[in-house]
Design a protein around this ligand. Structure first.
Ligand SMILES: [Cu+2]
Length: 387
């Protein structure tokens, strides 16, 4: 709402300024001034030098942006293939910066050099095959190189060897939460279909499938360091996107099909928290939080909790009102801790059996969960409406 008001005020100011210049022009009638619409040498000179002004502006702004916001880009990748993605990204950045630095100088310099001059005629220049060949072949070669390297990286990253000792995990997306299902001891996920969704079985797992008997359903993802995790993604309603930025992984979750992505985590959550850059980043965030807390406490509120780093699974497709809050915590454990954690989880089959034994309780829990989701959505909508 505030931003809309600001925009309206700015538009009105622009209109007022425009009207003022018109009035100013009218008051100049009869005075000795050039009212011709044809540009003079003086006009052309001003435009020519403004070209350099604009060139300076884009360079200064680029350099400023690099220093002011450069620290916000993702740092050390937490997956084995992450370095490959970062390398591809860095090569692209260096190429883009170099090409843009050279071409912008040339563009603005030539606009200045060939600015209009009284009595000067433009040279008619049909074409130059050599020149055109040069500026077509160089970008074609560079682009082909980039694309080939990209394809090489993509096939490397997306290759999943069925012989490998992977951990199979299903990521189930729905408005607006993630649920994870582990394939269990047999490492094969039981079949699932939206038609089987009933009560506690929110993922629609086919409980008559033998492979489903050892499946585990959780709302916090735990994965072991040093083993490849094979994710199989499904969506219940609309297009979502499973985005795990620290692992340089992203894959769309499409209703009606299963999409896949696999990666190997190389830092446990505890190890990643200890990386010097992360220690510094977290302490900076907490400094800002402490500062903000002073204001909040002064207004009678409660101080903000200190922040600790956690890997997150986010949704990267705008899928509805609470999209911004669609996330799941990811914990990377040591292989031993992971084993312990898995052993503590209840099997879905067991939970379904218990729920069936006490049907009244299950219905109550199910409707309670729906209610909380509905309340959250209402809050989200009102927050957005206020903005
Ligand atoms: Cu989503």
């Amino acid at each position: 709402m505030t931003s809309l008001l600001v925009i309206i005020v700015l538009v009105l100011l622009a209109v007022a300024l425009w009207q003022l210049t018109k009035i100013f022009d009218l008051t100049q009638v009869g005075a000795n001034r050039d009212s011709s619409e044809v540009a003079t040498d003086n006009d052309n000179n001003i435009q020519g030098y403004l070209m350099f002004g604009f060139l300076a502006f884009i360079y200064i702004f680029s350099i400023y942006g690099l220093f002011a916001w450069g620290g916000l880009v993702l740092h050390t990748p937490a997956s084995a293939h992450g370095a490959l993605v970062d390398n591809l990204m860095n090569i692209s950045w260096v190429l883009l910066f170099t090409v843009q630095a050279i071409t912008q100088v040339l563009l603005h310099y030539f606009a200045f050099k060939y600015r209009g001059k009284q009595g000067q005629k433009a040279l008619y220049f049909a074409d130059n095959n050599k020149l055109e060949a040069i500026w077509s072949i160089i970008p074609a070669v560079v682009l082909a190189g980039l694309i080939l390297y990209g394809l090489y990286a993509w096939t490397n990253i997306m290759f999943i060897d069925d012989e490998d000792d992977t951990v199979v995990v299903e990521l189930y997306a729905q408005q607006f939460k993630w649920t994870a299902r582990y394939a269990g001891e047999d490492n094969v996920l039981g079949k699932a279909n939206v038609r089987y969704i009933e009560g506690i079985n929110t993922l629609g797992v086919d409980m008559s499938d033998p492979y489903a008997q050892d499946d585990i359903v959780v709302s916090e993802l735990h994965i072991p360091k040093g083993r490849k995790i094979h994710f199989k993604m499904r969506s219940q309603d609309v297009l979502h996107s499973a985005y795990m930025p620290y692992f340089r992984a992203q894959m769309n979750c499409v209703p009606g099909m299963v999409t896949e992505f696999a990666f190997e985590p190389v830092y446990t959550t505890a190890e990643y928290r200890e990386l010097p850059y992360m220690v510094e980043k977290v302490s900076h965030i907490n400094e800002l939080r402490a500062k903000k807390s002073i204001d909040i406490v002064a207004k009678g509120g409660t101080a903000l909790d200190p922040y600790t780093f956690d890997y997150l699974l986010l949704c990267n497709k705008i899928c509805g009102a609470s999209h911004y809050n669609m996330q799941m915590k990811i914990v990377v454990d040591t292989p031993e801790d992971y084993k312990k954690w898995v052993a503590e989880q209840a099997l879905l089959a067991q939970q379904v059996k218990e729920a069936k034994a006490a049907p009244a309780d299950a219905t109550a829990t199910a409707s309670a969960t729906t209610d909380t989701v509905a309340v959250k959505d209402t809050i989200a909508v009102s927050v957005i409406a206020k903005k």
